[in-house]
Design a protein around this ligand. Structure first.
Ligand code: FMN
Length: 185
């Protein structure tokens, strides 16, 4: 097979599509919440439960997470794709994204930052580390509470017949998973 070289700022898209999440955060001075859409989130450790979110210092959310030392990873689905794309196109410096996109703050169990009601799953995190990674910062969160809508997550697996998580292919292009499950054992 002939292989074509790929270079430049889009090389990372060779490991796409990536799951899109909505990160909610809060201004500790005013209590005002914000939402940022990200594709660069990842599990980092199972014991303790650590997750990473990679956010550019240019984002308003970067300052909020640095100052409040907490955030919530929320999992959106295709039903709210327009809201998700919207939260990734405007800054919380200029607008209240909960209000503009009709998202509902849901009181969190362990931290001040609200979760997002319209999402299907939520991981409440306290900031335990941050690593400068080139033009982004990897914020490492320890999961203090995690919960999911009833009836869609069984034995640690999402029921893909019921939920259509959002995957970014690149830019404004999105897809969801084929729900066919293939078992290897
Ligand atoms: C699908 C999608 C994925 C994105 N992924 C990231 C990401 O992983 N990290 C990041 O810093 N910005 C990412 N962005 C850009 C931010 O969401 C965008 O700059 C946002 O307006 C920042 O909002 P804020 O200034 O309120 O924090 C993404 C945008 C979209 C639409």
């Amino acid at each position: 097979m002939n292989k074509i070289d790929v270079s430049g700022p889009r090389v990372y898209r060779l490991i796409y599509p990536h799951l899109v999440t909505l990160i909610s955060c809060i201004d500790p001075a005013t209590g005002k919440p914000n939402v940022i859409t990200i594709s660069w989130s990842t599990p980092l450790s199972a014991v303790p439960q650590l997750v990473g979110v990679s956010i550019s210092p240019k984002r308003h959310s970067h300052n909020l997470i640095e100052n409040s030392k907490e955030f919530v990873v929320n999992v959106p689905t295709m039903e709210i794709l327009e809201k998700v794309a919207g939260c990734g196109a405007v800054s919380g410096r200029a607008v209240d994204k909960f209000e503009k996109f009709g998202l509902t703050p849901r009181k969190a169990k362990t931290i001040k930052t609200p979760a997002i009601e319209e999402c299907i799953a939520h991981l409440e995190c306290k900031l335990v580390d941050k690593v400068k990674t080139g033009d982004h910062t990897l914020f490492v969160g320890e999961v203090l509470a995690a919960y999911v809508n009833e009836g869609i997550f069984n034995d640690g697996l999402y029921d893909l017949e019921k939920v259509r998580e959002i995957y970014q292919i690149g830019g404004d292009n999105y897809c969801n998973l084929d729900p066919t499950v293939k078992r290897t054992r």
